[in-house]
Design a protein around this ligand. Structure first.
Ligand code: RFL
Ligand code: PHB
Length: 394
């Protein structure tokens, strides 16, 4: 088989890249290790920045998103027992975010992919990338007991943090920056009405909590937990009791509980790979970087990476110019580091770091107190949360 761009991974970055290239008439094949249902079963992001919804508009996969997505013009921060609203719209000249689950966005992109007629191979085993340092890269994979070869012009590594593409880059050409946090997030999904119409980010002495949602009838909650905790040890009752203890009395009173549909623990990490290009192979999304989820940036960064990458590839095919692909890594990394900084900082002021001692907790409280009482402070949070413009910094 031959194609122009071989895309590894059918998560949001691979599917969105496939759609952007398809719209520009560029042939592409997606190879995914798992089944489609498995990919859809992963409960992850919930908050889309406007740049992401704009991209979904651009590829024409937006009908259900605009019908079912919830536009949020602000969110609450709870600390020292008090809730404070960050008025995203008022502080950013009218910008907002949209609450629409990654599962739904992925499902919409999968349906559009099926309609596009381009090839997607699910359950592609033992995917390996070859010769990306030459003009004629290849990808091999196994399907139904047979080995296949996909010849291509470029390889897009959209295969997430544990993927094969980054792992195949020569160690001498790659630099990795990593910070692993000493706690994880225990998430619970339930068919219960959200405790509040907007999100609540909670800093409490018992640890961070987040009240999020997927719809008016489906809630998503998170608790900061030690990395040693096992999800099996957390009964639904234990989760709800602990959440209540981290909320303010009004929210604790209002909280509607119910059986969990899903419960899992995710570790928190900041991670960046430099560069994001190795000859004719590019990394995009979680394959190249990870942010702690506090800033809700992971999926949005994946979307902007593939926007930059599709622009670069379209420029290559339409204008025979390599300027875009040459600049891809640097351009993406500037945006990635800004989001990494915000996510690291927001994680740092909202979580408990018991090993750092009581002075750090006091300093966190003082910082939050300053931010919330300063319009400049609130604006800094708001403009980063809604997402910096694509051309920020030139
Ligand atoms: P994905 O989604 O991991 O998809 C990669 C795909 O590649 C496949 N794959 C392979 N295929 C073939 N061969 C191989 N060797 C392969 N290895 C892997 C995998 O099966 C998979 O299908 O990466 P992608 O597309 O870059 O998307 C990134 C996002 O999924 C991620 O950044 C977000 O979910 C992060 N995130 C959030 N982001 C936000 O923008 N807003 C949020 O509110 C938000 N909340 C979250 C989050 C992530 C979380 N977890 C669990 C990590 C909340 C949580 C709890
Ligand atoms: C979610 O709804 O899963 C979610 C929302 C906001 C975050 C992280 C996760 O910052």
């Amino acid at each position: 088989m031959r194609t122009q761009v071989a895309i590894i991974g059918a998560g949001p970055s691979g599917l969105l890249l496939g759609q952007l290239l398809h719209k520009a008439g560029i042939d592409n094949v997606i190879l995914e290790r798992q089944t489609g249902d498995y990919v859809l079963g992963r409960i992850r992001a919930g908050v889309l920045e406007q740049v992401t919804t704009d991209l979904m508009d651009e590829v024409g996969v937006n009908e259900r998103m605009h019908k079912e997505g919830l536009v949020h013009g602000g969110f609450d921060m709870l600390f020292n027992g008090q809730r404070h609203r960050i008025d995203l719209q008022g502080l950013t000249g009218g910008k907002s975010v949209m609450v629409y689950g990654q599962t739904e966005l992925t499902r919409d992109l999968m349906e559009a992919r099926a309609k596009s007629g381009r090839t997607t191979v699910y359950e592609a085993a033992n995917v390996q990338v070859h010769d990306f340092d030459t003009q004629r890269p290849r990808v091999t994979y196994e399907k139904d007991g047979q080995t296949h070869t996909l010849e291509c012009d470029f390889i897009a590594g959209c295969d997430g943090f544990h993927g094969v593409c980054r792992a195949s880059a020569p160690r001498s050409a790659i630099r990795e920056f990593e910070k692993v946090y000493p706690f994880g997030w225990l998430g619970l999904l339930s068919d219960t009405p959200p405790v509040h119409h907007e999100l609540i980010y909670v800093r409490s002495e018992r640890g961070f909590a987040l009240c999020s949602q997927r719809s008016h009838t489906r809630s998503r909650y998170y608790l900061q937990v030690p990395l040693t905790d096992k999800v099996e040890a957390w009964s639904d009752d234990a989760f709800w009791n602990e959440l209540r203890l981290r909320l303010d009395p009004e929210a604790a009173e209002k909280l509607v509980t119910g059986p969990s549909l899903e419960k899992s623990i995710a570790p928190l990490r900041s991670f960046v790979t430099e560069p994001l290009r190795f000859g004719r192979m590019f990394l995009a999304g979680d394959a190249g970087h990870i942010v702690p989820p506090t800033g809700a940036k992971g999926l949005n960064l994946a979307a902007t990476d593939v926007k930059y990458l599709s622009n670069a590839l379209i420029e290559y095919y339409q204008e025979r110019s390599e300027a875009g692909i040459d600049g891809y890594s640097e351009r993406c990394l500037a945006r990635i580091w800004r989001a990494e900084r915000f996510s690291w900082w927001f994680t740092g002021i909202m979580h408990n770091f018991p090993e750092d001692g009581p002075i750090v907790a006091k300093l966190q409280q003082a910082e939050l107190d300053y931010l919330i009482n300063s319009e400049a402070g609130q604006r800094t949070i708001a403009e980063n949360y809604v997402g910096l413009p694509l051309d920020f910094g030139g």
